[in-house]
Design a protein around this ligand. Structure first.
Ligand SMILES: [Zn+2]
Length: 234
Protein backbone atom coordinates (compact mmCIF):
# COMPACT_ATOMS: atom_id res chain seq x y z
CA UNK A 1 0.00 0.00 0.00
CA UNK A 2 1.35 3.39 -0.94
CA UNK A 3 0.54 6.10 1.55
CA UNK A 4 1.18 9.69 0.62
CA UNK A 5 4.59 11.11 1.50
CA UNK A 6 3.92 13.59 4.35
CA UNK A 7 6.47 16.07 2.93
CA UNK A 8 4.41 16.26 -0.23
CA UNK A 9 1.05 16.48 1.46
CA UNK A 10 0.13 20.09 0.69
CA UNK A 11 -1.99 20.34 3.86
CA UNK A 12 1.26 20.71 5.81
CA UNK A 13 2.81 23.28 3.51
CA UNK A 14 3.66 26.86 4.36
CA UNK A 15 2.54 29.73 2.10
CA UNK A 16 6.01 30.20 0.57
CA UNK A 17 6.20 26.56 -0.51
CA UNK A 18 4.37 27.72 -3.64
CA UNK A 19 6.06 30.50 -5.59
CA UNK A 20 6.59 31.94 -9.04
CA UNK A 21 9.84 31.81 -10.98
CA UNK A 22 10.72 33.85 -14.05
CA UNK A 23 10.84 31.73 -17.21
CA UNK A 24 14.48 31.77 -18.36
CA UNK A 25 13.31 32.03 -21.95
CA UNK A 26 10.47 34.57 -22.01
CA UNK A 27 10.64 36.06 -18.46
CA UNK A 28 6.94 35.37 -17.78
CA UNK A 29 6.13 34.09 -14.27
CA UNK A 30 5.72 30.33 -13.87
CA UNK A 31 4.18 28.90 -10.72
CA UNK A 32 6.09 26.14 -8.93
CA UNK A 33 5.37 23.95 -5.94
CA UNK A 34 8.55 23.39 -3.91
CA UNK A 35 8.72 19.73 -4.92
CA UNK A 36 8.04 20.25 -8.64
CA UNK A 37 11.22 19.14 -10.34
CA UNK A 38 10.30 20.89 -13.59
CA UNK A 39 7.42 22.73 -15.21
CA UNK A 40 6.56 24.01 -18.64
CA UNK A 41 6.05 27.72 -19.21
CA UNK A 42 2.46 28.25 -20.44
CA UNK A 43 3.56 31.30 -22.38
CA UNK A 44 6.43 29.99 -24.51
CA UNK A 45 6.39 26.24 -23.88
CA UNK A 46 9.89 26.15 -22.41
CA UNK A 47 10.38 23.32 -19.90
CA UNK A 48 12.78 24.07 -17.06
CA UNK A 49 14.01 22.82 -13.69
CA UNK A 50 12.69 24.42 -10.52
CA UNK A 51 15.61 26.57 -9.29
CA UNK A 52 14.31 26.53 -5.71
CA UNK A 53 13.49 22.84 -5.71
CA UNK A 54 13.35 21.44 -2.22
CA UNK A 55 13.24 17.69 -1.86
CA UNK A 56 14.70 17.88 1.64
CA UNK A 57 11.98 15.58 2.96
CA UNK A 58 13.38 12.70 0.91
CA UNK A 59 16.42 12.46 3.15
CA UNK A 60 14.49 10.87 5.98
CA UNK A 61 11.21 9.95 4.37
CA UNK A 62 10.27 6.26 4.17
CA UNK A 63 8.47 6.95 0.88
CA UNK A 64 11.54 8.51 -0.74
CA UNK A 65 11.99 5.72 -3.22
CA UNK A 66 8.56 6.47 -4.64
CA UNK A 67 9.34 10.13 -5.24
CA UNK A 68 12.73 11.84 -4.95
CA UNK A 69 14.66 8.61 -4.56
CA UNK A 70 13.64 7.73 -8.06
CA UNK A 71 15.45 10.71 -9.59
CA UNK A 72 17.73 9.40 -12.30
CA UNK A 73 21.32 10.36 -12.99
CA UNK A 74 20.61 12.93 -15.72
CA UNK A 75 17.85 14.62 -13.77
CA UNK A 76 20.02 14.71 -10.64
CA UNK A 77 22.82 16.30 -12.63
CA UNK A 78 20.49 18.90 -14.05
CA UNK A 79 19.13 19.78 -10.60
CA UNK A 80 22.64 20.27 -9.17
CA UNK A 81 23.65 22.23 -12.26
CA UNK A 82 20.72 24.63 -11.92
CA UNK A 83 21.49 25.16 -8.22
CA UNK A 84 25.17 25.76 -9.02
CA UNK A 85 24.28 28.34 -11.70
CA UNK A 86 21.81 29.99 -9.33
CA UNK A 87 24.56 30.23 -6.69
CA UNK A 88 27.05 31.85 -9.05
CA UNK A 89 24.37 34.08 -10.57
CA UNK A 90 26.19 36.07 -13.26
CA UNK A 91 29.72 34.74 -12.66
CA UNK A 92 30.05 33.03 -16.02
CA UNK A 93 33.68 32.07 -15.52
CA UNK A 94 32.87 30.06 -12.39
CA UNK A 95 29.91 28.40 -14.06
CA UNK A 96 32.00 27.45 -17.09
CA UNK A 97 34.73 26.00 -14.91
CA UNK A 98 32.26 23.85 -12.97
CA UNK A 99 30.77 22.61 -16.25
CA UNK A 100 34.27 21.78 -17.49
CA UNK A 101 35.02 19.72 -14.38
CA UNK A 102 31.66 18.01 -14.80
CA UNK A 103 32.45 17.17 -18.43
CA UNK A 104 35.70 15.46 -17.40
CA UNK A 105 33.88 13.63 -14.61
CA UNK A 106 31.50 12.24 -17.25
CA UNK A 107 34.38 11.28 -19.55
CA UNK A 108 36.11 9.38 -16.74
CA UNK A 109 32.83 7.79 -15.59
CA UNK A 110 32.45 6.19 -18.99
CA UNK A 111 35.28 3.82 -18.09
CA UNK A 112 35.40 3.83 -14.29
CA UNK A 113 32.90 2.38 -11.85
CA UNK A 114 32.38 5.40 -9.60
CA UNK A 115 29.12 6.34 -7.90
CA UNK A 116 27.59 8.74 -10.48
CA UNK A 117 25.68 10.91 -7.99
CA UNK A 118 28.72 11.40 -5.75
CA UNK A 119 31.19 12.29 -8.50
CA UNK A 120 28.76 14.40 -10.54
CA UNK A 121 27.75 16.44 -7.48
CA UNK A 122 31.34 16.76 -6.23
CA UNK A 123 32.52 17.89 -9.68
CA UNK A 124 29.80 20.53 -10.04
CA UNK A 125 30.08 21.83 -6.47
CA UNK A 126 33.83 21.49 -6.04
CA UNK A 127 34.70 25.12 -6.42
CA UNK A 128 31.83 26.33 -4.24
CA UNK A 129 33.19 23.98 -1.56
CA UNK A 130 36.75 25.21 -1.98
CA UNK A 131 35.62 28.78 -1.50
CA UNK A 132 33.69 27.77 1.60
CA UNK A 133 36.85 26.12 2.89
CA UNK A 134 38.86 29.31 2.38
CA UNK A 135 36.24 31.34 4.22
CA UNK A 136 35.60 28.76 6.89
CA UNK A 137 34.42 30.13 10.22
CA UNK A 138 36.72 30.06 13.23
CA UNK A 139 36.20 26.83 15.01
CA UNK A 140 37.27 25.03 18.09
CA UNK A 141 38.83 21.61 17.95
CA UNK A 142 35.60 19.99 19.05
CA UNK A 143 33.51 21.31 16.20
CA UNK A 144 32.93 19.23 13.14
CA UNK A 145 34.90 20.95 10.43
CA UNK A 146 32.98 19.56 7.49
CA UNK A 147 29.61 20.50 9.00
CA UNK A 148 30.75 24.06 9.74
CA UNK A 149 32.38 24.59 6.43
CA UNK A 150 30.26 23.32 3.58
CA UNK A 151 26.92 24.97 4.29
CA UNK A 152 26.14 25.90 0.66
CA UNK A 153 27.23 22.54 -0.71
CA UNK A 154 25.16 20.81 1.96
CA UNK A 155 22.14 23.00 1.33
CA UNK A 156 22.18 22.30 -2.42
CA UNK A 157 22.59 18.57 -1.85
CA UNK A 158 19.85 18.47 0.78
CA UNK A 159 17.42 20.32 -1.48
CA UNK A 160 18.19 17.84 -4.26
CA UNK A 161 17.04 15.06 -1.94
CA UNK A 162 20.52 13.50 -1.58
CA UNK A 163 20.95 10.90 1.10
CA UNK A 164 23.22 11.80 4.07
CA UNK A 165 25.93 9.33 3.01
CA UNK A 166 26.17 11.03 -0.41
CA UNK A 167 26.41 14.47 1.21
CA UNK A 168 29.16 13.29 3.58
CA UNK A 169 31.18 11.73 0.80
CA UNK A 170 30.97 14.81 -1.44
CA UNK A 171 32.12 17.05 1.45
CA UNK A 172 34.89 14.62 2.34
CA UNK A 173 36.22 14.63 -1.23
CA UNK A 174 36.31 18.44 -1.36
CA UNK A 175 37.75 18.68 2.14
CA UNK A 176 40.78 16.63 1.08
CA UNK A 177 41.53 18.86 -1.90
CA UNK A 178 45.03 19.63 -0.58
CA UNK A 179 45.64 16.08 0.56
CA UNK A 180 44.01 13.80 -1.99
CA UNK A 181 46.23 10.98 -0.76
CA UNK A 182 44.00 10.97 2.36
CA UNK A 183 41.05 9.99 0.24
CA UNK A 184 41.78 6.83 -1.63
CA UNK A 185 38.28 6.01 -2.81
CA UNK A 186 37.63 5.63 -6.51
CA UNK A 187 35.05 8.41 -6.31
CA UNK A 188 37.65 10.77 -4.86
CA UNK A 189 40.21 9.81 -7.50
CA UNK A 190 37.75 10.46 -10.33
CA UNK A 191 36.95 13.93 -8.99
CA UNK A 192 40.59 14.89 -8.36
CA UNK A 193 41.56 13.85 -11.89
CA UNK A 194 38.63 15.76 -13.41
CA UNK A 195 39.46 18.92 -11.44
CA UNK A 196 43.09 18.76 -12.57
CA UNK A 197 42.17 18.19 -16.19
CA UNK A 198 39.66 21.05 -16.14
CA UNK A 199 42.08 23.50 -14.59
CA UNK A 200 44.82 22.82 -17.09
CA UNK A 201 47.30 20.56 -15.41
CA UNK A 202 50.63 22.40 -15.58
CA UNK A 203 52.76 20.84 -18.25
CA UNK A 204 56.32 20.37 -17.24
CA UNK A 205 58.98 22.17 -19.19
CA UNK A 206 60.39 19.12 -20.83
CA UNK A 207 60.63 17.77 -24.33
CA UNK A 208 61.29 14.36 -22.89
CA UNK A 209 58.09 12.43 -23.67
CA UNK A 210 59.07 9.46 -21.53
CA UNK A 211 59.67 11.69 -18.53
CA UNK A 212 56.35 13.47 -19.07
CA UNK A 213 54.55 10.16 -19.35
CA UNK A 214 56.08 9.09 -16.05
CA UNK A 215 54.98 12.32 -14.35
CA UNK A 216 51.42 11.96 -15.68
CA UNK A 217 51.30 8.42 -14.36
CA UNK A 218 52.40 9.64 -10.95
CA UNK A 219 50.14 12.68 -10.75
CA UNK A 220 46.84 11.32 -12.04
CA UNK A 221 44.96 8.68 -10.11
CA UNK A 222 42.62 6.80 -12.43
CA UNK A 223 43.55 4.79 -15.51
CA UNK A 224 41.09 6.86 -17.56
CA UNK A 225 42.38 10.14 -16.10
CA UNK A 226 45.91 9.11 -17.13
CA UNK A 227 44.72 8.23 -20.65
CA UNK A 228 42.99 11.59 -21.08
CA UNK A 229 46.00 13.49 -19.72
CA UNK A 230 48.33 11.61 -22.06
CA UNK A 231 46.11 12.51 -24.98
CA UNK A 232 46.10 16.17 -23.96
CA UNK A 233 49.71 16.63 -22.93
CA UNK A 234 51.91 14.10 -24.66
ZN1 LIG B 1 8.44 31.10 -21.12
Amino acid sequence: MITKCPGQDTRFWKPNDVYTVECPQCSKPVEFFKDDIRRRCKECGHMFINPKLNLGCARWCQYADQCAGAIGREEFKEIIMVAMKEHYSKDKEKVDNALKVSKFVEDILEHEEGNPKVVIAAGLLYDIGLREMENKPDRTKESDQAKDTFSTVRDILERSGSKPEIIEEVCHIIENHHHPENNNTLNGKIVYDAVRLANGWHTYDTKDKEKLKKIINEEFYTTTGIKIAEKLYL
